[in-house]
Design a protein around this ligand. Structure first.
Ligand code: NAP
Length: 485
């Protein structure tokens, strides 16, 4: 029998007032029901906000280093459950067990990093023009904030929103993605076991369409941090900014890797395979475009195909698997639809391209890692986010042409260059339209202690993670203080 999971509101695990649940299913084996979760409605959201409002002033009044201690304790608790939390993630999202283990470790690191921010919480002290006047800024929490998260990093993304929100002194309503709500629940459980006061974190599951408006329209809401698709993010933006709420959006990408003629082609092939196919291409920072100088295009593609064909696709719980399934049937259909579109538009299918079937594959949503060659900028595969293991390869005439191609999309999340030509690398870093830039490294694989976010239509608002994350979750006040004695 599968487990039933509850909402967490006001410090208690409670069923939804709708009395309805939905199922979380393993995409590698649809016979495996991970659990049933609460199909919440607006009343549950209202209860979560009421609890967050009750907890708000007490939590904000606690010294920040003491708030940080709860995060340290939660990190310790999550670390003691690393193996089971990783297995939960693989079952609900499909990524391989080593990938899931890495993600839970990252969530633990994030809790520790922001636990430490409790003892820093840097502000400015700035000299006054006037005598005996002492000036400084101070950070104040915003109040109740909402965090809406996607399924593809179901532990790390909730962690990188929750941890700075909490240490800054806000109380939180968290709505995880319906496809993978268990990993976020494990985080919330760890915070609960760490003794977090009731109402400081509230976790409400349910369809975004059913409870999204109740969250964004709640009068107590001060800010919303969202990660997910552009379609949903843009709708949220309209609703939230109409109310002058603070909004942070992290959305899609169409991330390029430029390979210049001087590149080490083994490094280039390994980097592209890693960035395009690991986690089934379901990373916002995944590379979906290879842009290669003409003279090395053919030899690079040859190496790429050989490496890609050697990848093992299967159930991520099994040893030796490189790539898990698509997260669900709808994402698999999207991947296959884009493969058909690319073929119709004249791209050359170089490898992969099919759903995997037969034996255990029939129980899940498995797809071959796929490479297209001869892709041109007018093709949809060159412009639109697929969010699957599909790589589009394009020839560039020279460096300037590569830059034009790389920047010729509406997204701007991450971008890479493979080259040791220092002048070109510098030009790339300056001219590329992306928030996350890598050199001789995959487009994906960023670290928690550095700021994260994109430009153009990929992102809106302040950066997440690293030292800049607190800016979104705090309001700056400026104090002028005169000594009168
Ligand atoms: P999504 O469909 O936009 O969902 C994201 C979250 O929004 C989920 O919790 C979803 O709930 C919720 N939601 C849906 N409709 C809503 C509404 N009307 N109001 C409020 N919330 C609503 O995205 P996804 O499929 O989970 O994630 C994939 C996308 O995320 C990709 O585009 C990827 O590039 C992007 N992503 C971006 C980053 C980044 O940092 N830039 C990181 C990771 C992922 P339900 O699950 O219940 O529908």
């Amino acid at each position: 029998m599968s487990s039933q999971y509850l909402n967490f509101i006001g410090g208690a695990w409670v069923p939804s007032r709708t009395q309805r649940t939905f199922q979380n299913i393993n995409p590698a084996n649809t016979d495996d029901i991970v659990g049933s979760f609460q199909a919440s409605g607006p009343d549950d959201v209202a209860a979560a906000f009421a609890a967050a409002e009750r907890a708000r002033d007490g939590w904000a009044a606690l010294p920040a280093p003491r708030r940080g201690e709860y995060l340290f304790k939660a990190a310790e608790i999550l670390e003691s459950q690393l193996a089971s939390a990783a297995a939960d993630m693989t079952r609900e999202e499909g990524k391989t067990l080593p990938e899931a283990t890495g993600e839970v470790k990252r969530a633990i690191n994030i809790l520790r990093y922001f636990g430490g921010e409790g003892s820093r919480m840097f502000s400015y002290q700035i000299p006054s023009e006037r005598e005996h006047v002492f000036c400084f800024t101070m950070r104040k929490p915003l109040g109740v904030v909402a965090l809406i998260t996607p399924w593809n990093f179901p532990s790390a993304i909730p962690a990188w929103k929750l941890a700075p929100a909490l240490v800054a002194g806000n109380t939180v309503v968290l709505k995880p993605a319906s496809l993978a709500p268990l990993s976020a629940l494990r985080l919330v459980e760890a915070l609960d076991k760490a003794g977090l006061p009731p109402g400081v974190v509230n976790y409400v599951t349910g369809g975004g369409g059913a409870i999204g408006d109740a969250i964004v329209e709640h009068p107590a809401l001060k800010a919303v941090s969202f990660t997910g698709s552009c379609a949903v993010g843009n709708q949220l933006y309209d609703k939230a900014t109409r109310r002058r709420l603070r909004v942070q959006l992290e959305m899609g990408g169409k991330n390029p890797t430029i390979v210049l003629a001087d590149a080490n082609l083994d490094v280039a092939a390994a980097t592209l395979v890693n960035a395009a196919f690991f986690s089934t291409g379901q990373k916002c920072t995944a590379c979906s475009r290879g842009i290669v100088e003409r003279s090395v295009y053919e030899p690079l593609v040859e190496k790429l195909i050989a490496k890609t064909r050697a990848l093992k696709v299967g159930n991520g719980l099994e040893a030796g698997i490189d790539i898990g399934p698509a997260v669900d049937e709808a994402q698999l259909k999207t991947d296959l639809d884009y493969i058909s579109i690319a073929q119709r538009e004249g791209a050359e299918l170089l490898c992969g391209g099919k759903r995997l079937t037969g034996g255990a594959y029939d129980k899940g949503f498995f797809i071959e890692p796929t490479i297209f060659g001869g892709v041109t900028t007018d093709m949809r595969i060159a412009q639109e986010e697929v969010f699957g293991p599909v790589l589009a390869m394009t020839v560039a005439n020279d460096f300037d042409d590569a830059m034009r191609l790389a920047n010729g999309v509406r997204f701007g999340l991450s971008a890479a260059i493979i080259s040791n030509d220092i002048a070109r690398v510098h030009q790339f870093v300056n001219r590329i339209e992306a928030g996350l830039i890598t050199v001789n490294l995959p487009t994906a694989g960023v670290e928690y202690q550095l700021p994260f976010g994109g430009t153009k239509e990929s992102s809106f608002g302040m950066r997440e993670q690293g030292p800049l994350a607190l800016d979104f979750y705090t309001e700056s006040r400026t104090v002028y203080m005169k000594h009168t004695v």
